[in-house]
Design a protein around this ligand. Sequence first.
Ligand code: SF4
Length: 466
Amino acid sequence: MTPRTAPVEPTTLRPLAFSAWRAHATAAGCLGRHYDAGGDTRLACLRFDPSPAADRLWELLLSEEDRLAADRRTGRKIVGTMKDLGTVPVLASAFPELRAFYPDGAWWTPCLMQNGDGLLATADRHGLDDSFCPVRAMFGAFVSGDRFPIPDLLTCSVGAVCDDFSAIAQRVETLGHRILWWEAPYRRAPAPGEETVKLPGGLLAPASQRDVVRAEMARLRDAFAALAGRPASDALIAEAIRHANAIRQILRDLRNAVFLARRAPLPALELLIAEMLIIHYCSDREATATILADLLAQVHGRVAADAGYGSTADVKVFWVNPTADLRCMTILEDVGARLCGTDFLFTHALDPIPELPDPLDALARTALADPMTGPARGRAARIVADMRAFGAEALVVSRIPGASHCAHEGAAIIAHVADALGVPGIEIEIPGRTESFEPTLRTRLEALVETARSRRTIQPHSTNPT
Ligand code: SF4
């Protein structure tokens, strides 16, 4: 897709406070209504990029529940795809009669509504307390039944899945919502002499594991065909993969342009949300493609004009795991840092899906490339490669409260990165609301930034991709 020409802007960009943003952001559909009527009161604590492309990004994010409800009214079937983050929605998008979304996305609702939604309290009452990760909000949403339309079909990957998700999804099933479980095996290294297949991202896996997952993709395809009321076709699945790859390419271009710019041409918060779109297009594939292309044009325009946020001296930080509190992204910028690389748990959704003669084989390889289905050292190796490519000078692993995958993984990743690159790293547990913890959070981030800055005098860091 050809980026549109973006307007020239002043050199130093300033994000808008909420009051200015809601007055300004009218063209994208009166964004203030999400605060006034939708109860998304956390918006008042954030800062916003003032571009029309960013306004449309926010509108797409905040209006997903309305979109799903409209789909239900017009007879489209709703598929809730749980856990795999980026593969099954591509398969579902081969059926125009279906709309796929992640019920897991409810984990940000308590943040956006500052717990005014009651989802976590509902989960608590059903025994899913804060010893589970915030994805337990999804259970609250199924109980309340008023956050998103209850899907016509629910799918969930099982096997190499965190304990939290597995337990919560099983509790969802006890509410009477039947789930089509599919097996995601733990990805292992091929044995000597074993037949292998190449995965997106460059990993190798045993061909036998690909065969298992391919058979699971075929089961999902057949279930979707039954729900859509028409047979599946390889040609349509291949077309869905091509669409996905076109959108993934725009996102990769956007990430490269943002991370390699002299100054941050897009705030960390908007970049985080743009990345999130890729896992299921926020239930609107065409709007996602257009908005990402517009953001890319905006960023290209800013880079050409040497416009950006902060300064060229900002420390380049690689961020691992999404934060339960969106406000952390703005705190990072307050302490003189900028985002230069991310791993938000779904790097397999950033990579192109191989365009093979057998599209189910291609989707199986993508599912197997999920960083959460293999050893942490595979995830750490990719983080090292990306940090090198983007010239990142420091690492933040944001630990998700209660998350079973976070128990030891963060420390292992930091150690691996320190060994390979010698850059400083910290692990911080970030709750859904950071107010009470903010002084500690700022101090720890400031210390990281100072440490990274002090290394510049010893070892100037290259920003060239390797
Ligand atoms: S524990 Fe981690 S991988 Fe599992 S649902 Fe929570 S955030 Fe996702």
